[in-house]
Design a protein around this ligand. Sequence first.
Ligand code: GRF
Length: 230
Amino acid sequence: MAERVTEPNCPKAVRTVAGTVVDMSLAVLVSGTGSILDAMVDAGLPVALVVSDRPCAAVSRAAGHDIEAVVVRRHSFGDNFDRDGYSAMLADWLGERGVTLVAMAGFGTILGQPFHDRFAGRVLNTHPALLPAFPGWHGVRDALAAGVDVTGCTVHLATLEVDAGPILAQQEVPVRPDDDEVSLHERIKVVERRLYVDTLRAVLAGDISLESAQSRSASASEPANEGATS
Ligand code: GRF
């Protein structure tokens, strides 16, 4: 089902954020260029492990930071993809490695129930739009097509429903008249990198409670702000 390629390992024995000893072990899931991963590492976030579902630049960036990087390959991107099997294997593997917090940063696989069962309320994602507006894979393109003046980015808890978890942080980004999808996404990513780093830092330091975010969402009469991967 999946094959692992492990790069040199450098787990951190003691992790601190702003002088606070952190008892969570953070794994970052990537599939793309890894600029958000870079920002996390450059900001001193204690990234213990990087996992990708395909060979990509982000894996090389992780190795460049001397962080263990693993490719857990999908053998299909078609209808026959065993999503639950892949999700269960990934969850088990991260669990065995002591991972307790997962940050998706441009991860290209929608994870199924077994993953969310294992890491319920412990999976963060960033999305390049102001959720609940423009969920899905083309959040930037869809915002442009809708002709909005302002879009942005959202950091949220990932749930089984794509782009539908409690929102932790959002920031606006103005759309310029001459923007295309690439230029707008790049400007969003500048903001996204800072917002995701700040949010993760607050989670790790205990200033944002993921449990509270979940229970606020569960008790709200309206569905909580929704959010996930693209
Ligand atoms: C980000 O915009 C993220 O929201 C989206 O993919 C992009 C990842 O960028 N899901 P990078 O690979 O970290 O540069």
